[in-house]
Write a new protein. Structure first.
Length: 300
């Protein structure tokens, strides 16, 4: 569209090219994800190694694969369960996302200080933050009203969302191709959320939703976090989270243990899958790494 700035249009062009290449390189697996999902517990974390070994015995990968070029992964029913898009992010998207993360400390592994390593660049602070214009606080999804995330309750809240607009547009454009039904459903959800917030007199939420460019309901931004193999139990099995990674790190590898796949996970990559169905972890030799994880929540 002519109203998009030239840098965003160029970034969308590169993304479209990589998406098209991936679609032309399908990789078919023997796993049936519908049966696999039925075998998972409701709150499957992926951190119980013995339980994961039992799942592997029940659903063993036929072979071990290493993917380095754009590809889509299909299950036994020819359903696309993963998009792998190395080189999807051009320089404008990578530069705009640099250095916009903060630290968080909690008892869980995702934000515990021991799971982060020191940055080489002084402006980067290892940590993890969640940003959402409308979500339920953890443990408050029943009987509570949604609200803006804590990270958007400061003086720079609107500028934070504005800094995220180009990455948000890129994630939306990708989902429009990967999962059109989910894209349209999320658009409807955002419209309903805006109408609901206006009726409730939630001015900040209304304002943030107007500037929020992603069809996803939230984003997690992680800097230099160690990522053991795990699952994201709140991700719907039919959904596609989107992960993008930038930085100055060396050789990176994403391990998809239950699929028997390793991905070259270098700066500029985009990967999309259901974080519940795909057990995933990342290994990076050295260097600074910033990950943007775009997600949706059924509760919203």
């Amino acid at each position: 569209p002519p109203e998009l700035d030239p840098e965003t249009m160029v970034a969308c062009g590169q993304l479209a090219s990589v998406l098209a290449e991936a679609y032309q390189h399908p990789v078919k697996l023997d796993i049936d994800v519908i049966r696999y999902n039925e075998a998972l517990a409701k709150r499957e974390s992926g951190l119980n190694d013995s339980h994961e070994e039992a799942l592997l015995a029940k659903f063993p990968p036929a072979e071990r694969l290493v993917l380095e070029r754009p590809s889509v992964v299909l299950d036994a029913g020819y359903r696309i369960i993963l998009w792998y898009l190395p080189g999807a992010l051009n320089s404008s998207v990578q530069s705009i996302t640099s250095g916009k993360t903060s630290t968080g400390q909690a008892s869980k592994w995702r934000t515990h200080s021991t799971n982060f390593y020191a940055s080489k660049e002084p402006q980067l602070k290892p940590g993890c933050i969640n940003i959402s214009p409308c979500w339920f606080q953890q443990g408050h999804e029943d009987g509570f009203m949604p609200e803006v995330s804590a990270t958007l309750k400061g003086d720079r809240s609107l500028s934070v969302i504005q800094d995220m607009q180009r990455p948000g547009l890129i994630s939306s454009a990708a989902l429009r191709v990967m999962h059109p039904q989910l894209y349209r459903a999320s658009i409807s959800t955002h419209i309903e959320l805006g109408n609901w917030a206006a009726k409730q007199g939630l001015d900040d939420m209304c304002r943030f939703l107007q500037h929020w460019t992603s069809v996803y309901t939230g984003a997690a931004i992680m800097c230099n976090r160690k990522s053991p193999s795990h699952r994201d139990p709140k991700c719907p099995p039919e959904g596609f989270d989107i992960l993008t990674c930038i930085g100055g790190y060396g050789h990176g590898v994403m391990q998809l243990t239950n699929l028997g796949i390793e991905l070259a996970y270098d700066p500029g990559v985009m990967v999309s899958y259901s974080g519940r169905l795909v057990r995933h972890g990342v290994q990076v030799a050295e260097g600074d790494r910033i990950v943007w994880a775009w997600f949706m929540r059924d509760s919203v």
